[in-house]
Design a protein. Sequence first.
Length: 368
Amino acid sequence: MKYRIFTLVFFVVVLACKTSHNKYGYDGKSGATEMVNMVHYPQEKHLKNVKQITFGGDNAEAYWSFDSSKLVFQANNKAWGLECDQIFMMDASKPLDSLEVPQLISTGEGRTTCSYFLSDNKTIVYSSTHLGSKDCPVVPNKEDYGNKYIWPIYEDYDIFLADTEGTQLKQLTFEEGYDAEPTVSPKGDRIVFTSTRTGDLELFTMAADGSDVRQVTNELGYDGGAFFSPDGEKLIFRSSRPKTEEEIKEYKDLLAVGLVQPTNMELYVCNVDGSDLKKITDLGSANWAPFFHPSGKKVIFSSNHVSKRSFNLYMINLDGSGLEQITYDKVFDAFPMFSPDGKKIVFSSNRNNYGTHDTNLFVADWVD
């Protein structure tokens, strides 16, 4: 979950469109455009009626309300007066007008990430740095680290609750260091999150009111982006776990200055107490943003293991078998989430951005 949106310049090689597009970027018959910037590629047989629902800026990590009617997401859009990511809510069935600013959930201060609805559909959990500073935290200069792709682990991140009007703010975490990446169990009673409170990036769960904190993982490496299975019994997450002396040193050195290098990540599944841990991918590259299929027997995720220059969505069984490619964009598809009723999927993509670096949200009917 703690992801910087992958609108990296070196990923983007997009041809300029030559035909006009309608307001919502799709045609009513097939859900596809006829140009390189496509909303729906012909190979994407599991997707139907694909619709673009945001238009401009960086929009990502969209997650459904429990009644499948709303989406909460993070966005950075200068047209909305933003300097860095904030949390917003929108109607899942109504695409935003290009000039429309959705409901702001976060405070508008600091940087935010990783929001999720609670089961009452009236409360949203998210992470924010606003208590540390009202300003956006400094983005590290990659040139200082050999131009490696790095993520900042801001120690000012804490986890908060807010209502759907962005009021009634309540702080849930108070430990020093990074507390972020919260998601909620299907029953709404537990929250899983990532924290550095033990000196490493480990998974923890807590009650929905912030009490009863329990550690889940305890192996060196960045464990994050965790989600509950549909029955609430398991967790799926991505991890970069260094093995060699050189990898361990590099990981520790970066973490000491609040950074990680997420270029090699694999997917793991375990029980909610951390037992029965299993690695389910061994693909190399970055495999991340996993989410359970409604059956609980498969996982959808984003990966660049086929081409370093593009991320697409894939599905895999929990035993690591049956790998299947789901999307076929030329640049970036990630952050997939099935609606609680299992009928739809939302994801973020660079598709159909007309040569810009915009990342937008797309909703589709899911076809098994």
